[in-house]
Design a protein around this ligand. Structure first.
Ligand code: HEC
Ligand code: HEC
Length: 381
């Protein structure tokens, strides 16, 4: 466990701590950063080479979607960190998405997917991506019928799942299996934590000490995944495009409506309510899941709405004590995390912390794109 001294002010609000037991120099401990092992494999979706290969083809196939134009890979591009290199992701044709596209690298380790954690497994995440109105916008029956007219799919699904015709639920299972192979767990930080002290430079080691100490990053980015999978509001400023881009506003308004906010909020909100959408608890306004930090060198821009374009900008944001998000009526500003405070890092310390973060990325993961199998008309009987 990594120990860190925290002031009384920082302790306020930590769940489960009786205030009377807190002293000004109380020590809190967090799961230490650790090398990332192998991802968990669910018992009901075992891995096999044939399943992974099928999932890979489906990940690239735009026919798993609405108008056969938008595949998973369209918004999770291998040369853009398996994400999409714009503040807000591109959307289904005719729309922009309303959030930044997350990398699918290492998503296999997460128990809560999406920025607000709305899917609990990769098997459940894939359909919401392929069917969501501003993402894939697909329809189950149409996608299933398309696959039935692609003989190579019929054969591959039969080999892997034993079905006569491809079932859409099996497509999600295959895609999830493929995603469980998109793993980067041999970064310089992993090697260092596994005992290879030459894997990080002196500057990076100094950055790691700041991460665990003065900069307090470990309070949320902890354990092997560098995330506690908890939700916080850092005061990330609202997406600029929601101010001046009508198309982006359409999606924002649509999401507010579809996810059922009150009439009053629908009119007033100028920022993403995050976790609030799921729980409708006012204290969850503007909170997002702590993201893991591996591979971030390749996944700019950062945060749920892509507010920052490089890692130094992110560290400077933390150093300034975070920011201010929509405070139209104060509800969102009120939920900002007490852990986000000015850090007093010098320029040199900022460089060290950035160098450490870069050590979390390793080599880019590239794969050979698959060849998409063609349709064939089936003889009528
Ligand atoms: C139109 C763009 C788009 C398409 C198409 C798309 N995604 Fe995404 N993906 C996103 C965005 C944006 C997010 C974050 C959305 C949010 O949190 O609300 C995301 C999030 C994810 C995550 C969560 C990662 C994490 O850290 O929690 C996974 C996994 C994922 N997508 C996989 C897929 C798969 C599989 C497909 C195809 C079935 C797909 N995506 C299709 C844009 C897209
Ligand atoms: C209070 C918990 C907390 C602390 C402390 C914290 N973070 Fe974060 N971090 C988060 C959350 C939550 C997000 C996503 C916020 C959002 O999108 O609105 C985030 C996002 C990030 C991102 C962007 C990742 C991406 O994929 O977009 C980086 C990089 C990052 N943090 C690094 C750090 C560093 C470095 C520190 C220490 C200076 C730190 N964090 C301290 C919770 C925290």
């Amino acid at each position: 466990m990594t120990k860190i001294n925290k002031s009384l002010a920082l302790m306020a609000g930590v769940a489960g701590l009786a205030m009377s037991a807190v002293t000004a120099t109380a020590e809190m401990s967090y799961p230490a950063l650790a090398p990332l092992g192998e991802p968990p494999i669910p018992l009901d979706n075992k891995m096999s080479d044939a399943k992974v290969e099928l999932g890979k083809i489906l990940f690239w196939d735009p026919r798993i979607g609405g108008d056969a134009s938008t595949a998973c890979v369209t918004c999770h591009e291998p040369d853009q960190g398996w994400a999409f290199g714009d503040s807000l992701s591109r959307g289904y044709p005719g729309t922009v998405h309303w959030r930044n596209s997350q990398s699918v690298i290492n998503s296999a380790y997460l128990g809560q997917l999406f920025w607000a954690g709305s899917a609990a497994s990769l098997e459940k995440q894939a359909p919401s991506a392929a069917k969501g109105a501003v993402a894939g916008n697909g329809e189950n029956d149409v996608m299933e019928t398309r696959m039935a007219f692609i003989p190579e799919y019929v054969k591959r699904f039969n080999d892997v799942f034993g079905t006569e015709n491809p079932l859409i639920g099996d497509a999600w299972a295959a895609i999830a299996a493929f995603e469980r192979t998109l793993i980067v767990n041999d970064t310089p930080v992993d090697k260092y934590l596994a005992g290879d002290t030459s894997a990080l430079t002196e500057e990076q080691v100094a950055g790691m000490e700041l991460f665990n100490g003065k900069a307090g990053c470990i309070q949320c980015h902890n354990g092997a995944q560098a995330t506690d999978e908890n939700y916080y509001n850092l005061g990330v400023p609202p997406a600029e495009r929601w101010e001046d881009d009508g198309l982006a506003q359409v999606t924002f308004r649509y999401e507010l409506y579809a996810k059922g906010v009150s009439q009053d909020m629908y009119r007033k909100l100028k920022d993403d309510p995050g976790l609030y959408f799921r729980t409708k608890e006012p204290e969850h306004m503007g909170k997002f899941r702590t993201p893991p930090l591996r591979y971030t060198l390749y996944t700019a821009p950062y945060m749920h709405n892509g507010s920052f374009w490089d890692l130094r900008e992110v560290v400077e944001f933390y150093n300034a004590g975070g920011g201010e998000n929509d405070f139209t009526d104060g509800t969102m500003a009120a939920t900002k995390s007490e852990l986000i405070k000015p850090l007093g890092l010098s320029d040199e310390e900022i460089d060290q912390l950035v160098a450490f973060l870069e050590g979390f990325s390793g080599e880019e993961l590239r794969v050979e794109p698959p060849v998409l199998p063609p349709y064939e008309a089936l003889a009528s009987e």
